[in-house]
Ligand binder design. Structure first.
Ligand SMILES: N[C@@H](CCC(=O)N[C@@H](CS)C(=O)NCC(=O)O)C(=O)O
Length: 242
């Protein structure tokens, strides 16, 4: 069965966490961000579900995924669903919850990364909150990045399977999401990220192992993978110090 992924066109965004899982699974999917409006894609495809008065379980925001009659929102929830169906999550409940917990922690970090350039309001532009963005970024890089990165490094170290992953001996969707976040960080804050990864071999190894998986590598080199850009969740602004 083919899935339909709904996400904003022109950026990787949180939709990328879902794309990476679908790509690794080799699951067929339609990405509405890549479809023309006249073919049912683009922003109208999303608005139909956000605003449609007939949608009984409306999502709050993209990404959301259609699978048959199911309409699933919230990235971690979507991944929980895909992971279970495509071998990207462990089978037993405790381990599945653990992977979900890791995914939610990746989501927390992603939110904090976003708030470096939009610390006051998403309705304001970056240039309307530049001063606050600079202040927020300093705290993010000095305090939050080491805290989150140390946490994930510890998780990898304590994984008894001793492989590159966070949970057990097999890759999970949370590993793919962490690799994505590290890639975003490398774009947004290259100096901090380079230094941070030099000190945390587990994180560097996980990213390398995830992004060199054959299907992922093929995807990253394809046209479907959009370039990093400053409409995205993580952005590069030189004046924020890097
Ligand atoms: N917690 C949600 C957050 C979704 C989210 O913030 N989506 C963004 C794009 S990446 C959006 O369109 N937000 C619109 C809004 O918050 O009003 C998730 O992880 O999926």
């Amino acid at each position: 069965m083919s899935y339909t992924l709904y996400y904003w066109p022109g950026l990787q965004g949180r939709g990328e966490f879902v794309r990476l899982a679908l790509e690794e699974a080799g699951a067929p999917y339609v990405d509405t961000a890549l479809e023309l409006v006249k073919n049912g894609g683009g922003v109208p495809a999303i608005m139909r579900y956000l605003d449609g008065g007939d949608v009984t379980r409306p999502p709050f925001a993209p990404p959301f995924l259609k699978s048959g009659r199911l309409l699933i929102g919230q990235t971690a929830n979507i991944l929980y669903y895909i992971g279970g169906r495509h071998g990207l999550a462990p089978r037993d409940e405790a381990a599945r919850l653990w992977v979900n917990q890791l995914q939610l922690t990746v989501a927390d970090f992603t939110g904090e990364g976003h708030d470096t350039h939009h610390p006051i309001a998403v309705s304001l532009t970056y240039s309307q909150q530049k001063k606050e963005a600079l202040r927020r970024t300093r705290h993010f890089l000095d305090e939050r990045v080491p805290r989150f990165f140390d946490y994930f490094e510890t998780v990898i170290e304590r994984n008894r399977s001793r492989g590159p992953w966070m949970a057990g001996a097999r890759l999970s969707y949370a590993d793919l999401s962490l690799a994505q976040v590290l890639a975003w960080m490398g774009y947004a804050f290259p100096k901090t990220t380079r230094k941070a990864l030099e000190k945390r071999a587990g994180l560097a190894r996980l990213q390398e192992a995830a992004f060199t998986r054959p299907r992922i590598e093929r995807y990253l080199l394809s046209k479907r993978r959009l370039a990093f850009n400053n409409d995205d969740v993580f952005r590069h602004y030189a004046e924020l110090g890097e």
